[in-house]
Design a protein around this ligand. Structure first.
Ligand SMILES: Cc1cc2nc3c(=O)[nH]c(=O)nc-3n(C[C@H](O)[C@H](O)[C@H](O)COP(=O)(O)O)c2cc1C
Length: 347
């Protein structure tokens, strides 16, 4: 099969993964309406392109939290990549390092903070879940600092685990320990995560999270402009507009539908990123034009990891980057800054 499209990796990955692992990666919550809408909502928009610009040189580079990156595309934190490949998160981290883009490691990774930091070697950010065991949470941040991670991404949309029916019907039983925290309490991954994460996390805890390191702090899982405003008032450096890939509350709005009002409220006081449903260069252009500083991809690179390891993850990223360059050229935009909101029409 010749791969033309990031979506093709899902078909290939399905043959390589156990049914439970495939269901874990692919699934969303309840009726999976938000999961589908994350992609469909991009299709409800059209691009109004400009011509007659010299696009012989298109520059996809930007900065994220002051770090220079080759493209406004990062790798989102996805748990348990050891189910897709024996080297787990080390592989996409290496691909990201080579491409000079951000790799964000999940707290619930298969490989450890230390091994991904050392073997990945690029610009790594660390995604943090706050555990009921606050000491363990503090240790995770300290380990990320020691291993050279460059930002903490605090996920705020998982006080409890969404009702993912594929996982409930075919529970994921872990064969090996988690990279950062060893074994989870409980019979399967879903119930273990539910027992470990602290549902009482609130705005009052932000100062404590902040105090754990001097790294920039990003909040992930923001959908409401009022939360974006609170986040900025609490001094965060960035936020990720995200519904956790449609895995938490079903029927919440698609990420791209949430973006513009949040960009308005934030008004340049923090960087705004987006994830959810990015599957083509036109999706990236749409999100950047509407004010996202960068986007993150989730499932596509994990399916690529399962389908063919490092070459496939590289190909997956290259496909998206090539499509981004082409979409920018055909939009008359030489730089990310030239992607403007008036290029996107909403229907
Ligand atoms: C299998 C899976 C596991 C995930 N694990 C985490 C996680 O550990 N922490 C986190 O903040 N987000 C997690 N996410 C959410 C992703 O970071 C991201 O928000 C989402 O996958 C983006 O949507 P996309 O898959 O449509 O690109 C996970 C997503 C998937 C699909």
């Amino acid at each position: 099969m010749s791969v033309q499209d990031m979506r093709d990796f899902e078909t290939l990955a399905r043959n390589e993964l156990s049914a439970a692992a495939y269901g874990y990666y692919a699934g969303g919550s309840f009726d999976e309406q938000t999961l589908a809408d994350n992609e469909a909502a991009f299709g409800r928009r059209t691009l109004r392109t400009r011509g007659s610009a010299d696009v012989a040189e298109v520059d996809t580079s930007t900065t994220m939290l002051g770090m220079r990156v080759a493209a406004s595309i990062g790798f989102a934190p996805v748990a348990l990549q050891g189910l897709a490949h024996e080297s787990g998160e080390v592989v996409p981290a290496r691909v990201a390092a080579r491409a000079n883009v951000v790799y964000c490691l999940s707290t619930l990774s298969s490989r450890s903070i230390e091994s991904v930091g050392a073997e990945g070697g690029g610009t790594n950010w660390f995604q943090l879940y706050v555990f009921r065991d606050r000491r363990l949470t503090e240790e995770l941040v300290a380990r990320a600092v020691l291993s050279g991670y460059r930002a903490i991404v605090l996920t705020v949309d998982l006080p409890v685990v969404g009702k993912r029916e594929r996982e409930i019907l075919d529970p994921l039983l872990l064969q090996s320990r988690l990279g950062n925290i060893g074994d989870l309490e409980g019979s399967d991954f879903r119930s273990g995560v539910g027992k470990t994460i602290d549902p009482s996390l609130s705005w009052d805890d932000l100062a404590w999270v902040r105090s754990l390191s001097t790294l920039p702090l990003v909040l992930k899982g923001i959908l409401h402009p009022l939360d974006a405003a609170m986040a900025v008032e609490h001094g965060v450096d960035g936020l990720v507009v995200s519904n956790h890939g449609g895995r938490q509350l079903d029927r919440v709005l698609a990420s791209i539908d949430a973006l513009a009002p949040i960009v308005d409220v934030v008004d340049g006081r923090a960087e705004v990123y987006l994830d959810g449903g990015i599957r083509a260069g036109t999706d990236v252009v749409t999100a950047l034009a509407l004010g996202a500083r960068a986007v993150f991809i989730g499932r596509p690179y994990v399916f690529a990891l399962a389908a063919g390891g490092e070459p496939s993850v590289t190909l997956c990223f290259d496909i998206l980057l090539r499509q981004l360059r082409e979409a920018m050229a055909l939009s008359g935009a030489r730089t990310i800054e030239e992607l403007a909101a008036d290029m996107v029409l909403d229907h």
